[in-house]
Design a protein around this ligand. Structure first.
Ligand SMILES: Cc1ncc(COP(=O)(O)O)c(C=O)c1O
Length: 375
């Protein structure tokens, strides 16, 4: 076989794959590990969602190819959610694309927006899957630093200005656990006008904001739809990570590019899964609030044990390690797995990300060990 094409060679190490392998390797030896490294919701969707899947799977019509661009009623259900919960009007036909989880469009949006040699700007710190898209697209990556002294606000004055094809943002932020700071989305729209960049907003944790905050969609910002799109995921709001359904919504031209890519690469999503997503989006929403309250309660418990931490949403704690301690020490000596900060961008060195998406018992045990490690 010929050598690997350059675009495959350019792919960075898959951070979460590497993390899993590292933790698994160390799990085999010594005292049982407590794993606070992974962001995998620990409880699934409510029963009515699973029932909807069951029922739809029993129909003779369930098993053929689903429509390329999904069931219109699923796009309508998502548009209705945006209207009623986030105050955003969407045209379900032109402004909503259904995708197999948002991890996919994280990469595809880079392919849809950048030519080779152009720049894609990522927040620093970033979600570790973001550099993969620019790598496949042959684009450069630039950074917009997030300022920890300003609620992890993007400092656009320090961002690149030339040949910027897109800027990615993510609030509530993984890993920083910050809700969107005042003015951040407005600044992104301004940056887009100034540079011609498109804005890609990752809203995967949109519903998981604490202390009475309201979810804030990027698309509710004046001018946002003209310059960008938002990704909404079923994974974190409903505990449906394994179901692989998400959405790209907003700017119709960008939505069309994602649909075009998917027309070539996929054929819809299994119809019963779409029916179950409709049940999740349109049925009772108390499970979303319960999930949010559970993570807020665990956040409070972390603060009780480890001291003050900024955590306004998501199910993570992003914290600086005490001098001289590494994530490797925590794993091998203290038997707690955490996500090492290095994978979250240049500013992540010396930081770790803890996950609250574990049982209360696991969290307690992990906190006990961390408190001992930090003492
Ligand atoms: C910030 C962020 N975006 C996107 C995703 C991907 O979510 P999914 O592909 O399940 O929709 C995750 C998953 O952990 C995430 O943390």
């Amino acid at each position: 076989m010929r050598r690997r094409p350059a675009r495959i060679e350019r792919l960075p190490q898959q951070y979460f794959g590497g993390l899993l392998a590292w933790v698994t390797e160390h799990a085999l030896e010594g005292e049982p590990l407590v794993d606070l490294g992974r962001g995998n919701p620990e409880t699934g969707p409510p029963a009515h969602v699973v029932d909807a899947l069951d029922e739809a799977a029993g129909l003779e019509t369930a098993h053929g190819y689903a429509p390329f661009r999904s069931l219109p009623k699923l796009r309508a259900a998502l548009a209705e959610r945006y209207r009623s919960r986030y105050g955003v009007q969407l045209d379900p036909d032109a402004e909503v694309a259904v995708v197999p989880g948002t991890k996919t469009p994280i990469v595809e949006l880079s392919l849809a927006l950048a030519d080779e040699g152009e720049t894609i700007v990522l927040p620093d710190p970033y979600y570790p899957d973001y550099p993969s898209g620019p790598a496949l697209a042959g684009a450069r990556t630039g950074m917009v630093p997030l300022d920890p002294t300003a609620g992890w606000s993007p400092d656009f004055a320090a961002a690149p200005r030339d040949d910027v094809a897109a800027v990615y943002l993510n609030y509530p932020s993984n890993p920083c656990a910050a809700a969107v700071p005042d003015g951040a989305f407005e600044a992104a729209v301004e940056y887009a006008h100034e540079t011609g960049a498109a804005v890609v907003h990752d809203f995967a944790y949109g519903d998981l904001v604490f202390d009475g905050r309201k979810p804030t969609s990027f698309l509710a910002t004046p001018g946002a739809r003209e310059v960008g799109v938002e990704m909404f995921s079923m994974s974190k709001s409903y505990g449906m990570a394994g179901w692989r359904v998400g959405f790209v919504v907003g700017n119709a031209e960008i939505v069309e590019r994602i649909n075009l890519l998917n027309d070539h690469c996929r054929v819809g999503i299994f119809r019963p899964i779409q029916e179950a997503c409709i049940a999740a989006l349109t049925g009772p929403q108390n499970s979303v609030a319960e999930r949010r309250d559970t993570y807020q309660r665990r956040r409070d418990r972390v603060i009780e044990v480890l001291g003050p931490q900024t955590c306004e949403g998501t199910f993570y704690i992003w914290m600086k390690l005490p001098e001289g301690l590494t994530a490797g020490d925590l794993l091998t000596e203290h038997r707690v797995a955490v996500a090492p900060g290095e994978g979250f961008g240049p500013s992540g060195k010396g930081w770790i990300r803890l996950s609250l998406a574990v049982s209360d018992e696991t969290l307690e045990l992990g906190l006990e060990r961390l408190a001992r490690a930090f003492s």
